[in-house]
Design a protein around this ligand. Structure first.
Ligand SMILES: [Mn+2]
Length: 323
């Protein structure tokens, strides 16, 4: 739960500007979009002018319907002093990607729930115990407006649902989160619709790619770690539209005795992205940070200059220390 101090910081920030730019991280997910859109609605309810920005790309199936709501460039530079900048679901300007605002000097307020975030200084609400940025935005919405609107309830429930794996990642200490979810349902959010939006709409080729990735999977450390990958050939054949790495992780994490999963994707001849997931105790954000990335204890990512073959031994070396 956010504190009274968080709420007063937020009030002070929105009172100090007449207009706001709202931006999340690049390759937005449901939570990123939800926290941006609900914040946008709240600010407009307060009579503020808003600009929603995203560097994209909108790769995830469930995010595509929202792409048209976001601009890729801030074009009101002559009035820049009127604007405050909200960054949600990430904590730094380098995570927002190739946006022209990255070079501009804005008064900035950060709303985030990532463990690797730097929580020092004012003008930020960073709560690593929050299951979603949308959960923080919901609390702000309710503090400012009394209750959420139907549109905000729907999008916030979508954000909370995507980041919590439709509540599967939550533990027994999450009563407050379920109470917040209950308030969203009472305002019109629909769990069945949301689940279908999150998990449906996948392409046939995304299932074929899943097959490839399951086939590439290898087990290490007595099956505690599974590493799989996607080559550029796999991407060319099956991965062009609508990947479903969530389904891949869900499948592999179901293996008995497994503690962590690594999924490497060769993006270009010399660039890889790495996805990390863990089930319980293993903190994959510490491994991700060795490769220039970060994230949560149980879900992290990195992007680095590498080829798959050479990267696997390096990843094994880091896991050796913690498994
Ligand atoms: Mn998030």
């Amino acid at each position: 739960m956010i504190s009274k101090r968080n709420i007063s910081d937020f009030f002070r920030f929105i009172d100090s500007h007449s207009a706001f730019v709202i931006a999340g991280h690049k390759e937005p997910d449901g939570d990123c979009i939800a926290s941006c859109l609900a914040l946008d609605e709240l600010l407009r309810l307060k009579g503020k002018k808003t600009v929603l920005l995203s560097a994209g790309p909108f790769k995830k199936t469930e995010t595509k319907a929202y792409e048209h709501l976001f601009k890729t460039e801030f074009d009101d530079i002559q009035n820049i002093t009127d604007y405050g900048l909200f960054i949600t679901d990430c904590s730094s300007k380098d995570r927002i990607g190739e946006l022209n605002i990255a070079k501009l000097d804005f008064d900035t307020f950060i709303i985030d729930h990532h463990k690797t975030s730097d929580s020092s200084g004012g003008n930020c609400i960073i709560d690593a115990s929050a299951p979603a940025a949308a959960y923080i935005v919901q609390q702000l919405f309710e503090a400012v407006h009394g209750e959420v609107t139907k549109t905000a309830a729907e999008i916030l429930f979508f954000g909370l649902s995507t980041d919590s794996g439709f509540f599967r990642f939550l533990e027994s200490n999450s009563a407050d989160v379920f109470m917040a979810a209950s308030r969203l349902i009472s305002k019109g959010a629909n769990p069945k619709k949301t689940y279908n939006l999150m998990t449906g709409g996948k392409s046939f080729s995304s299932r074929k790619l899943l097959g490839k990735q399951l086939d590439h999977a290898e087990a290490y450390f007595d099956g505690k770690l599974i590493i799989t990958y996607e080559t550029m050939e796999d991407t060319l054949a099956y991965g062009q539209n609508g990947r479903d790495s969530d389904a891949l992780y869900q499948n592999l994490l179901a293996i008995e005795g497994v503690e962590a999963i690594v999924n490497i994707r060769q993006e270009t001849e010399e660039q890889c992205t790495i996805g990390f997931r863990s089930r319980e105790q293993v903190d994959v954000s510490s491994v991700a940070s060795c490769f220039g990335g970060g994230g949560h204890k149980n879900a992290s990512g990195a992007s680095c200059k590498a080829v798959i073959k050479e990267l696997i031994p390096q990843i094994l070396q880091e896991f050796q220390k913690i498994l």
